[in-house]
Design a protein around this ligand. Sequence first.
Ligand SMILES: [Fe+2]
Length: 293
Amino acid sequence: MAITSDARLHLAERTGIGLRLPHIAEVVATRPSVGWLEIHPENFLANPHGLELLTDLARDYPMSVHTVGISIGSADGIDRAHLTRVRGLVDRLNPVLVSGHLAWSVHGGAYLNDLLPLPYTEETLCVVATHLAQVQDALGRAYIIENPSTYVSIATSTMTEIEFLDALVDVTGCRLLCDVSNVYLSGHNMGYDPYDFIDRFPAAAVAELHLGGFTPEEDQATPGATLLVDTHAQAVAEPSWDLYAHAIGRFGAQPTIIEWDNDIPTLAVLAGEAARGDRVREHAHEGRHAGSR
Ligand SMILES: [Fe+2]
């Protein structure tokens, strides 16, 4: 299903939250004032009660399905049985957006608990484009691709991440999810300017933005250096909010989700982060229009 411009405008008005299992009963009971809900389908495929609750929520909130187990970059192909299960959930919830990561996490039938990096090469481009077509066919929906959090560069890469995303959009016509916090932490870890990255990101393809907290950890490979790890275990960091305002200046107001997956706070704290997202976006969007007058 194409994303209609009306639905995109609606989602762009209010920040949404990543809905995780500890908050579901409270969200069902209290219907908090957040714009929309994004779920990981893998949390619900063997959870019929959770799926019942989600189906109820889908009557009141626009939903987004953000997969973490499709592994679009796997060299040994896509798990068709998993795709079929996700299709069942997608058909039931009728989400406005469906997305997943530019990464791999399955090998030889083993599901790894990580989103692992890909070499940016013509061969990877061909693999991801082929799998993207298979995923979209199987789900009956557009499948939006998210930029990864990066900790290492792969020596065999022949393209930068931006060049790879540009090529992927050119070859497949796909839309992109820009995780602004991933851009910030990857820029720190890899030594590039995150503002320049946003300025060169394929803006016309952007369909959604993410914000999530990261955790500074000692870099084992470089004594004295700090690595920023995409833990989603705390509030969105101030530099990520600043970069988000810059991203809105470049991309316009875009549907945005706050992700918080570990050390999950109260629902009120999470809703407060979403409210801050609304304020930052409105301010940045007004500045964008004032600047264009
Ligand atoms: Fe994300």
